[in-house]
Design a protein around this ligand. Structure first.
Ligand code: ASN
Ligand code: ZN
Ligand code: CA
Length: 331
């Protein structure tokens, strides 16, 4: 017999019924795709070196949509890894985290009631959430974690100071980009982070890109104090920039979600479209920024990238510059 990549069915927690690409080995299927993205069960371990046990299945129908099935979190993690790989490959021309065609491992069921997920330099790891009922495996969070790997292997942005905020925002930007790219009817694209997980127990998301201060801690506008904040809060201005450059300022409803994005300088910003801003920010990350980058460097790099991609007098370039001015990062 030989191994063959086939199409399986996943009953996910957050994305409904999804297609998964799995490996058939004899009469068993493995939760692994053709790039080598695969998912393992840590069964409560918190070891940084544990590989976990590769998920396998007898009928290639995975999970139940409920956290009471061990496979369910695995389905969401693997779906997230597949979608994120495809997004970087297809939209941005990057062959995975290392740009070498190799997928990555996702480990689920880390610890007990662990309410977080993380990239550790080589793999993704996901906790099961409060009461082990809300795994941290939604599509935007999975893509956020994988994007930390991309950042580490491109600009190498530090995780402190202004660079820390740019690092976190980059993960929110591409987490959101993947959510829109997947176009999944159960987890429709939005400019919210972690909205499916209900981490606060009141239906609110972890972060809001149109107006980051809605989380009670993130900044909407760059200031001299931005560098002193936790990266999850100093990310606010760049998340706000991404929303403004993509969609523009003011009120707007997208996929049934209402946004109202203010500017910090009283201007009105016209958006140039999310997919262009994704390409501009990726080019900035991959070719303009270094580990100690500041918001000012982000402005200069993004404008240079927009010029290279769309031309010096392009509307894309205008939108990028106007959105940086609108978060108080002026020329
Ligand atoms: N889930 C968090 C993140 O990716 C973990 C951390 O605090 N670095 O941002
Ligand atoms: Zn992060
Ligand atoms: Ca989201």
């Amino acid at each position: 017999s030989w191994d063959e990549i086939v199409t399986g069915t996943g009953n996910s927690m957050y994305s409904g019924t999804v297609t998964l690409h799995t490996v058939q080995s004899g009469s068993t299927w493995q939760l692994k795709d053709s790039h080598g993205n695969y998912t393992t069960d840590l069964n409560g371990s918190t070891s940084s070196t544990a590989s976990g046990t590769l998920f396998t299945d007898a009928d290639n129908v995975w999970g139940t949509g409920s956290a009471s099935s061990r496979q369910t979190a695995g389905v969401d993690a693997q779906y997230g890894a597949e979608m994120t790989y495809d997004f970087y490959d297809t939209v941005l021309g990057r062959a995975g985290i290392w740009d070498n065609g190799q997928g990555a491992r996702s480990r689920v069921h880390y610890g007990n009631s662990y309410v977080n997920a993380f990239w550790d330099g080589s793999q993704m790891t996901y906790g099961d959430g409060s009461g082990n009922t809300h795994p941290l495996t939604s599509l935007d969070v999975a893509a956020h974690e994988m994007s930390h790997g991309v950042t580490e292997n491109t600009a190498g942005l530090a995780y402190s100071g202004e660079a820390g905020g740019l690092n976190e925002a980059t993960s929110d930007i591409f987490g959101t980009a993947v959510e829109f790219y997947a176009n999944n009817a159960t987890d429709t694209g939005d400019y919210l982070i972690g909205e499916k997980i209900d981490i606060n127990g009141d239906g609110s998301p972890l972060r809001y890109m149109d107006k980051p201060s809605k989380d009670g801690a993130s900044q909407d506008c760059w200031s001299s104090s931005t560098k002193n904040l936790d990266p999850h809060y100093s990310s606010g201005p760049l998340n706000h920039w991404f929303y403004l450059a993509s969609e523009g300022s003011g009120a707007k409803t997208i996929n049934g979600v209402s946004y109202n994005s203010p500017t910090c300088n009283g201007s009105t910003v016209t958006g140039t479209g999310r997919e262009k801003v994704e390409k501009i920010w990726y080019r900035t990350l991959a070719t303009k920024l270094t580990s100690s980058a500041t918001y000012a460097a982000a402005r200069n790099g993004a404008i240079a990238s927009a010029k290279e991609l769309y031309g010096a007098d392009s509307s894309e370039c205008t939108a990028v510059a106007a959105a940086f001015s609108a978060i108080n990062v002026a020329a």
